[in-house]
Structure formats: structure tokens, C-alpha cells
Design a protein around this ligand. Structure first.
Ligand code: FAD
Length: 493
């Protein structure tokens, strides 16, 4: 029985970083937004290591940067890696130049329950009608477009709500993403399994890198070590799916065993007990997280965040892609509601840019895995570029092909492969130059591929700090659109 009908400009499904970002950026333009979240916040989520573009770019545009800064999250200057040819750990610092005191060259390690709640409360503050404990069941659509959703409230009562646009930001477990672009395409290359939990402390890397994420490759895969608080460390193992049965049967034993077989991480945790504080007292498992969709919008509906796509945890790109994709969607929605440009043009811009950004990270991360050599290890041998299966490569080229800006490497399957190989050696060489670097320039950012991967993030940061990019923004494609001055909509390029 349906006993309530409501009209909104936009309905957002899910209150994670993607949902809060989309809802806030639309509400800031004065539109009526309903956000439905099935859980009651604060709720647990994985994905604790952020990139600067989220903290200084998106959060600034949303008006929540200062509150995030006051929350006491651990500042993160970059990543420390035991990865690649070099047996010694090396640093990936966000600072372009290690000597430049750039105020935006850091991010945070966050307890997601707190971070996500700050973003959701901020959405409420700017006027979004946020309803927790409300689960979306399906969308309302006709031949022309999606027109709303139906959902159940906290007492199980059924509702219907209508809007010009529906944003699916309901994450990896979305029930409605199939309404756009059909099934997900899963990556074979990144089809790993993760088992993760928490320790009540742990040694820290020497200052000033004590807030870095530490990623250590070992025989079975790699481990992350994230300092969340002095008395809390997130530790997770990413391994091949051949370990799935053992992990699912006894996650705690599997997790401890994997940590024990990686001396670099084991030693940091010597004598440190597992956390007994909820929700960190559990060991959790996630698998099959790497996928994308053939389409990201149809009239009346868009997909953002994990509902749309996700690559891999290794470079902390998840929340960046989620918040960036949501901002892109909000720009198109704001344009559509204002009626300034045609809907097709607006939403094609969203999709082109989102795919492009996803494509850069996908390509970069394949190379990042390729860079680690370990001939004795099944996991690492299977993660060579030569093992990116032909259908995956073709599907991937379809995904980004023709959309990337002047990037001819993405034009055809053969070329994409060649490009990936080059990138891995480029990465390796850049890492090799780190120990001799003069402290003036970061060799990692001299690598074209790394620069490209972080370029869009840098534009976002500049926009957050200076109100616009330092260099004039150029359209991604001929005839494409560029962001408005406040970053909240598109204007003709
Ligand atoms: P979510 O954060 O999942 O939010 C979706 C929300 O939608 C949830 O609150 C959910 O309750 C709600 N919802 C779901 N269904 C419904 C419904 N039917 N109705 C209403 N509400 C609904 N990213 C990083 O940036 N850094 C990392 O270090 C990192 N590590 C990771 C490690 C692993 C092992 C994995 C798998 C991922 C990692 N990620 C990381 C990725 C990160 O977790 C995600 O990219 C990010 O959480 C996506 O945000 P989101 O807003 O799209 O989705």
C-alpha cells in the first residue's frame, strides 16, 4: 500500500561520500533534494585513506573543509611503499616538491563512520531532506525517463517519491544500478579478495611520514597499514581469489596468518592487541569490487561512486572517484534543472569525464601492479600486464576509447597494451630516482603518467583553494563543456 507521494527536484539514493556530495552540490544551487539512506549514521564503511582532491577540492566546494579539518583526523602526506624492485620502502609524497610548503599537499586517514556523518550532516545543513533508515526498493520509470523511486521507511511502510533526476549513490551493494547500462563488467585483473581488521595501536613510520598509508607487497599479495589514531590501526590484506575459501571459513585466522607472513607489517604490530572497540572489533571480508558499467546515465537517472564503478584499493582512489563523479553529476543536474543546455550534452559531459578519470586510474593501477616483480609468487606473476585478458582490454578500450583528451594511447587495443607496459617501467624508473632526488623536485611527478593521474585532482584542489584552476580549463573533448566558476555547473567551453 502506497500512502505518500512527494515531489522533489532530485532524489539521491545512499548517504555515503558520493550521495552527500551530489545532494549538497545540487542543494547549494537552491534545488529541493531528498536523500534516502538505508542505515542510521554513524555506520561502518571501509575506504579510510583519502586523496588531497577530496579534502581540499570537493570538501571546500561543499563548504565542509574546515569542519573536516577540525575533526582531528590523522593528516596523510602521502604513501610509503615496499613495492617494486627496490627492497627498501619509498615514499610517494603528495607535494610536487618536497621542499615546497604547499598547504594542500596532504589528505587525511579517516574513520569513515565519522567522516561520512560529517558530510551527511553538512548536506542536511544546506537544506537536503535527509532520511535515514529508508531503503530504496526500485525506480519509477516510463518509456521516456526515470521519474522517481519507491522506498520503505523505518517501520516498513511503503512510500513513493518523484523527481526530475534520481542519483544512484548506493554503493557497491546497489539494488538499482541495473536501471542504467545493464550489468556490471567485472575486471579479472583486479578480481581480488580483501580481509581486514583493526589493532589497538601499532608502531608509526618515522616523522613526517607517520600519517602515511603503508602498502607492503609480499608473496601472497599486499597489505595496507593505515594509522587512524594513535590507538587504532587499520590493517588489510589483498590477495588472490584462490584464497577465498580459506578466508571465508575463518577470516580471523587467515588475516593473522597473512600479516605474519609479511615481516614489514608484522614487526610494526609486535605485541599490539587486536582492537576490541566496536565497530573495529570485527574482521571483515570484501571481494569482487572492481567493475564498471557500459553507461552511467539515462534520461532522469545517473550512477555515481561505487554504484557506478570501482578500480582497486591500492592507491586510495575510491572516495576520490566517488566524490569527483558525484560533483560531475551534480553539475549536469544543476544545468538540467536550470535548462541552460540540452540534457544530452550535459550528461554526456558527466559521463565522458567520469570515464576518463576512471580510465586513468585503471591504467595507472594495472601498471602499478605490473611494476612489482616476484617470479616465485603466483599472485605477482598473474598480475603482469601480459595477463590483462584480451576481452578485458577490449572492453576497457570501449569504456574510455575516443573519450580521452588527446590521449591517443587509448584509441585501440594494441596501443593501450603498449602504453601500459611503458607506464610500468616509467614508474619503476621514477621510484629508482627517488633516493638521489635533490629535494627540489619530486621524481614521481616528472613521470607523465603519474602527473596525468593526479592532474584532475590538482585542478579540483586549485578550484577549492583559489576559486578556479590556475590555468584556464580546456574542454576534455572538442565542443565539450567546462566547469562554472563556483564549480557547481557546466558552461560552454
Ligand atoms: P558507500 O560509501 O558504500 O555508501 C553507499 C551508501 O548507500 C551506504 O551508506 C548504504 O547504506 C546506502 N545504501 C545502499 N543501498 C541502499 C538502498 N537501497 N537505499 C538507501 N540507501 C542505500 N577508497 C579510498 O578512497 N581509500 C581507501 O583506502 C579504500 N580502501 C578500500 C579497501 C577495500 C578492500 C575496498 C573494497 C574498497 C576501498 N575503498 C577505498 C573504496 C571505498 O570504500 C569506496 O569507493 C567508497 O566507500 C564509495 O563511496 P560511495 O559513497 O559510492 O558508497
Amino acid at each position: 500500500e502506497t500512502w505518500e507521494t512527494d515531489e522533489f527536484d532530485v532524489i539521491v539514493v545512499g548517504g555515503g561520500p558520493a550521495g552527500s556530495t551530489a545532494a549538497t552540490a545540487v542543494a547549494l544551487r537552491g534545488h529541493r533534494v531528498l536523500l534516502l539512506e538505508q542505515q542510521t549514521f554513524p555506520r561502518y564503511q571501509i575506504g579510510e585513506s583519502l586523496l588531497p582532491s577530496t579534502v581540499h577540492g570537493v570538501c571546500r566546494i561543499l563548504g565542509v573543509e574546515e569542519e573536516v579539518a577540525r575533526a582531528g583526523f590523522k593528516p596523510k602526506r602521502g604513501g610509503t611503499f615496499r613495492w617494486g624492485r627496490n627492497r627498501d620502502p619509498w615514499q610517494f609524497s603528495f607535494a610536487l616538491s618536497p621542499r615546497l610548503a604547499d598547504p594542500t599537499s596532504f589528505a587525511y586517514q579517516v574513520e569513515r563512520s565519522r567522516f561520512d556523518a560529517i558530510l551527511l550532516d553538512n548536506a542536511r545543513r544546506v537544506g537536503v531532506d535527509v532520511r535515514e533508515g529508508c531503503r530504496v526498493k526500485g525506480v519509477l520509470a516510463d518509456e521516456e525517463r526515470v521519474r522517481g523511486v519507491n522506498w520503505t521507511g523505518p517501520a516498513g511502510e511503503i512510500h513513493e517519491a518523484r523527481a526530475r533526476y534520481v542519483v544512484d549513490a548506493s554503493g557497491n551493494g546497489s539494488r538499482v544500478h541495473g536501471e542504467v547500462g545493464g550489468r556490471r563488467t567485472y575486471s579479472d585483473f583486479f578480481r581480488n579478495i580483501a580481509v581486514f581488521g583493526y589493532f589497538a595501536g601499532g608502531a608509526r613510520l618515522p616523522k613526517p611520514n607517520d600519517g602515511n598509508i603503508f602498502c607492503a607487497a609480499f608473496d601472497e599479495g599486499w597489505l595496507w597499514y593505515i594509522p587512524l589514531r594513535d590507538d587504532l590501526t587499520s590493517v588489510g590484506a589483498v590477495v588472490g581469489r584462490d584464497n577465498a575459501a580459506a578466508i571465508q571459513q575463518d577470516p580471523v585466522t587467515a588475516w593473522r596468518g597473512l600479516i605474519d607472513s609479511c615481516p614489514e607489517v608484522r614487526d610494526l604490530l609486535h605485541g599490539v592487541p587486536q582492537s576490541t572497540e566496536a565497530p573495529y572489533d570485527q574482521v571483515r571480508v570484501r571481494k569482487d569490487w572492481s567493475y564498471w558499467k557500459a553507461r552511467l546515465w539515462r534520461p532522469g537517472m545517473v550512477l555515481v561512486g561505487d554504484a557506478a564503478c570501482f578500480v582497486d584499493p591500492v592507491l586510495s582512489s575510491g572516495v576520490h572517484l566517488a566524490t569527483y563523479g558525484a560533483l560531475l553529476a551534480a553539475r549536469s543536474i544543476n544545468g538540467g534543472l536550470a535548462g541552460t543546455l540540452g540534457e544530452g550534452r550535459l550528461f554526456d559531459e558527466f559521463e565522458a569525464r567520469y570515464r576518463h578519470e576512471y580510465g586513468l586510474f585503471h591504467e595507472f593501477l594495472v601498471s602499478f601492479y605490473d611494476m612489482h616483480q616476484d617470479e616465485r609468487s603466483y599472485f605477482w606473476k598473474a598480475r603482469k600486464v601480459t595477463h590483462v585478458d584480451a576481452t578485458e582490454r577490449e572492453a576497457f578500450v570501449d569504456l574510455v576509447g575516443g573519450l580521452a583528451s588527446g590521449d591517443t594511447s587509448l584509441a585501440g587495443p594494441g596501443q593501450a597494451g603498449a602504453r601500459l607496459t611503458t607506464t610500468a617501467s616509467e614508474l619503476d624508473q621514477a621510484v629508482g630516482r627517488l633516493p638521489d632526488s635533490d629535494g627540489l623536485r619530486n621524481p614521481l611527478f616528472e613521470s607523465a603518467s603519474i602527473r596525468q593521474v593526479f592532474q584532475e585532482g590538482a585542478v579540483l584542489q586549485e578550484r577549492g583553494v583559489f576559486g578556479g584552476p590556475l590555468e584556464e580549463e580546456t574542454p576534455l573533448r572538442p565542443g565539450g563543456l567546462v566547469a562554472s566558476e563556483d564549480g557547481l555547473t557546466w558552461v560552454a567551453g
